[in-house]
Design a protein around this ligand. Structure first.
Ligand SMILES: N[C@@H](CCC(=O)N[C@@H](CS)C(=O)NCC(=O)O)C(=O)O
Length: 220
């Protein structure tokens, strides 16, 4: 069976290019595994039938001959477990790459999202202080990544792996902000990951679907 990945027909412009089916598409592109996209409307994701595939009513969900799966990290790791292109297949490498995928999702992404979603609450002094706190905890994580990378091009195994795929999708969320400015190592790392043809092959089709399903302006 050709693997199936769920994706939205359309999301607001701010989310376009960042919907998390991108991670799965990218992994499949790197692995050279053909796949089909199952498009669903935003509202459809909340229907009971879809929730049997993705319990939280989100994308991506995934299905292949082994069955249904959800959570982008779990899906990428599952694909990596079968693809040398995404991870060296010796057990020691695979467990380190698992750790990095979880680190991207658990030790970095929450701080990225807190930073990006920070909202002033109207009290300028309190907001400035809180913003500073949110930024400094993110900085601690980014500095840790810089220290880990040192002069390495990639997180582990001396080459691009699923660990970099996941970390790049997380760091990429910061691209519209100034958060990466103090970290040229991370900007260069991100550029290196996003320059991969597999990334472009995953991003473009997602964007194309949104172009095709763009809401038309109401005619008055
Ligand atoms: N932890 C999930 C998060 C998936 C997720 O956040 N999906 C978003 C799109 S990027 C979504 O479907 N949002 C709609 C919603 O939560 O109702 C994963 O990594 O797969």
């Amino acid at each position: 069976m050709i693997p199936i990945v769920s994706a939205y027909t359309w999301v607001p412009p701010i989310a376009q290019g960042f919907v998390k089916d991108l991670r799965v598409r990218w992994a499949l592109e790197e692995a050279g595994i053909p796949y089909r996209i199952k498009l669903i409307a935003l509202g459809e994701a909340k229907a009971p039938a879809y929730r049997r595939w993705q319990p939280f009513g989100q994308v991506p969900a995934y299905e292949d001959e082994a069955g249904m799966l959800f959570e982008s990290g779990a899906i990428v790791l599952d694909i990596a477990a079968r693809s040398e292109a995404l991870a060296p297949q010796d057990p020691a490498s695979r467990r380190r790459i698992t750790a990095w995928v979880i680190a991207a999702l658990n030790s970095v992404e929450p701080f990225v999202q807190n930073y990006l979603r920070f909202d002033d609450d109207g009290d300028a002094a309190k907001s400035a202080k809180r913003r500073q706190q949110v930024q400094s905890v993110l900085d601690i994580r980014l500095e840790s990544l810089v220290n880990w990378l040192g002069t390495q091009d990639y997180l582990d195994a001396g080459r691009f792996t699923a660990a970099d795929l996941m970390m790049a999708t997380v760091l990429r969320e910061l691209m519209g902000s100034s958060a990466l400015d103090p970290y040229p190592t991370l900007s260069a790392y991100l550029d290196r990951c996003l320059a991969r043809p597999g990334f472009t092959r995953s991003l473009e089709p997602q964007l194309q679907v949104f172009r095709e399903h763009a809401p038309t302006a109401a005619v008055s």
